[in-house]
Design a protein around this ligand. Structure first.
Ligand code: ADP
Length: 417
């Protein structure tokens, strides 16, 4: 079974064709800078040289056409006919608490995603644009929405209800959702597998540190803690998002500085985080370089980023009720920034966590980065959200329930609906 996984951002479409039986990626790529000048297309068929070229792509519809052309290209493609694609799995973010597993797309799901756009303004519009474009070009195959929030469907109420009057949860559905579910699900399962541990008896804290960042506590395959909340802005400081701020700051922006809701949203989502503090960039590489060159605000941004990750990792560890079997780093920064990993773990020595300088030099590969014999192993596990999406898509299409089992995780497999 071949599943095309699509991850649409506002100006990019990442894609990957996965052969599900062997968990094998047949090829992956990206259409980048959609709607901008100097668009770029990159496609890497498995085991062959990558193709890279400029491609001015006006919108997501044109982007998906480029993807299909590349997949079926007689010289560089990996399938002969689009009909070889059995299903398309779309990485989705938020459509509310009714989502507890992968969902086959229909108009009702589109409307549900649209209704939740206010809480995921950076994500819901481009993911829907990607779905619409792909559904147009591949109308005969099932399209499945795989949601970042679904993993958290089993969070206990004490973890998702906010301490505001209860009727705001009951009447208005204001609650914590949690995001990056596919990533936390994948790396927690893979960490157990990597350490030769039984995933049904494995407690870990997973740090997904990318442009978006979050920490989860995962006990026996199920989440018990997430740093993310109602929207996608809470918890850790991120590339452009603020993470936790005192709600009074927001009231002050509105009441005293007379900022509109739109202005506040832009400030919190787009102009804060690493970018807002450093004044340089939302990209960790730029911030690290600037800090090395003596820029004090860049150095402050690094300290704040590590501090917020460590605070949430400690909170997540509390949720594991007395035992921490591993601390896991993933995503762009988590996989590639030894400095950030060291800064975070050095604040967590109370938990028995530390890195070994030499082992921690690793970038982008599975590894134990703590010293041999350390009380709590610290791991780098490159995330593979695409594989998780493909497995969930398969389950939704075939009505199976073994996506988690395939990663060796026990119980709690999301329901296909
Ligand atoms: P997202 O998928 O949320 O857009 P990624 O997981 O791709 O984000 O992570 C992007 C982040 O990873 C950026 O801040 C980038 O600077 C950081 N990153 C990538 N490579 C490195 C590296 N070698 N050193 C430090 N940070 C890195």
């Amino acid at each position: 079974m071949k599943i095309l996984v699509i991850n649409s951002g506002s100006s990019s479409i990442k894609f990957q064709l996965i052969e599900i039986e062997g968990r094998a990626s047949l090829g992956k790529g990206i259409v980048d800078r959609i709607g901008l000048k100097d668009g770029l297309f990159r496609f890497a068929p498995a085991g062959r040289e990558a193709v890279e070229r400029t491609a001015d792509v006006a919108d997501h519809r044109a982007g998906i056409a480029v993807v299909l052309d590349a997949l079926t290209d007689h010289a560089t493609g990996i399938i002969r006919d689009p009909a070889e694609i059995d299903a398309v799995g779309h990485r989705m973010v938020l459509a509310g608490p009714s989502i507890s597993g992968p969902v086959v797309f229909d108009e009702a799901l589109v409307r549900l995603v649209e209704r939740h756009t206010r809480l995921a303004p950076l994500h819901n519009p481009p993911t829907l644009a990607g779905y619409r474009a792909a559904a147009e070009v591949l109308p005969a195959v099932p399209h499945v929405g795989v949601f970042d929030t679904a993993f958290y469907a089993t969070l206990p109420a004490r973890s998702y209800v906010y301490a505001i009057p209860y009727e705001y949860y009951e009447r208005h559905g204001i609650r914590r959702f949690g995001f990056h579910g596919m990533s936390h699900q994948y790396v927690s399962g893979r960490a157990a597998e990597f350490l030769g541990r039984d995933p049904a008896d494995f407690r870990c804290v997973t740090c997904h540190l990318g442009n978006g960042a979050s920490v989860a506590g995962v006990k026996d395959g199920k989440p018990v803690y997430t740093s993310l909340g109602f929207g996608t802005v809470a918890g850790l400081m991120m590339g452009t998002r603020c993470g936790d701020v005192d709600p009074d700051v927001i009231l002050y922006l509105v009441d005293t500085l007379k900022m509109s809701a739109t202005e506040v949203r832009t400030l919190l989502y787009r102009n804060s985080g690493l970018k807002g503090i450093s004044g340089i960039s939302n990209d960790m590489r730029d911030v690290e370089r600037a800090a090395d060159a003596g820029n004090a605000r860049a150095a402050l941004a690094l300290e704040m980023f590590a501090g917020s990750a460590a605070r949430h990792a400690a909170a997540a560890a509390i949720g594991l009720e007395g035992r921490l079997d591993a601390l896991v780093f993933t995503a762009g920064i988590g996989e590639n920034s030894p400095r950030t990993r060291e800064m975070i773990t050095s604040k967590l020595s109370l938990l028995g966590v530390s890195v070994d300088r030499e082992a921690n030099a690793v970038r982008g590969a599975e590894a134990v980065v703590s010293a041999p014999g350390a009380p709590v192993p610290v791991l780098v596990i490159p995330t593979n959200e695409e594989l998780m999406i493909a497995l969930e898509t398969r389950d939704a299409v075939l009505g199976g329930r073994d996506a988690l089992a395939r990663l060796g995780q026990a119980g709690g497999a999301p329901t296909a609906s």
